[in-house]
Design a binder for this molecule. Structure first.
Ligand code: NI
Length: 174
């Protein structure tokens, strides 16, 4: 089991970001600690969502707080999402891809079903920013990054920044 104290933000191209995360089998104290740590990382880095792989843990869990506050932060374990309705384009960034922003097409609405830290299943309807956050974080659990969803033109302009992130990754892991 992971050592939650060692969890920190992972950046592209950490392998865990490109892998499909595994279901959380049991909601125990360690998962509660992980969720707490993920909320801390999200709030400290001024994000509105953070998925397990972004904390270096390949488990199907994410936290979200549409207004970025600790008070609004909520935990979603083993989430299933059903995007619906028409799509819209909006700018997205990602804590794991510093400096990269792109216009990403998402469904305006989605329904999410997940389990909370109390072990109870719940469902939420979301639209606008919240629906976008859910779709972005769910992507992380599938190993998909915004860089994978950029248009061809945006991908070309992000190429240098992606290369720089890959170089930093090599340096940090040497
Ligand atoms: Ni992200």
């Amino acid at each position: 089991m992971m050592d939650v104290k060692k969890c920190r933000i992972t950046h592209y191209p950490s392998p865990v970001l490109g892998e499909k995360a595994k279901p959380v089998e049991k909601i125990d104290e360690n998962i509660a600690l992980l969720a707490e740590k993920m909320i801390e990382i999200m709030v400290d880095t001024k994000g509105v969502g953070l998925a397990g792989p972004q904390a270096g843990v390949g488990l199907r869990i994410f936290v979200a707080s549409p207004d970025g506050s600790r008070e609004s932060a909520k935990v979603y374990i083993n989430p299933e999402i059903s995007p619906s309705g028409s799509t819209e384009v909006g700018q997205e960034g990602c804590l794991s891809l510093p400096g990269i922003y792109g216009n990403i097409t998402r469904c305006k609405k989605c329904t999410i079903k997940a389990t909370g830290l109390d072990g109870k299943e719940f469902a939420e309807e979301a639209e606008g920013l919240k629906a976008r956050i859910f779709q972005h974080e769910y992507d992380h659990l599938e190993g998909t990054l915004v860089a994978d969803r950029l248009s061809t033109v945006a991908r070309i302009s992000a190429r240098k920044k992606l290369k720089k992130l890959r170089q930093q990754h090599v340096e940090q892991n040497d």
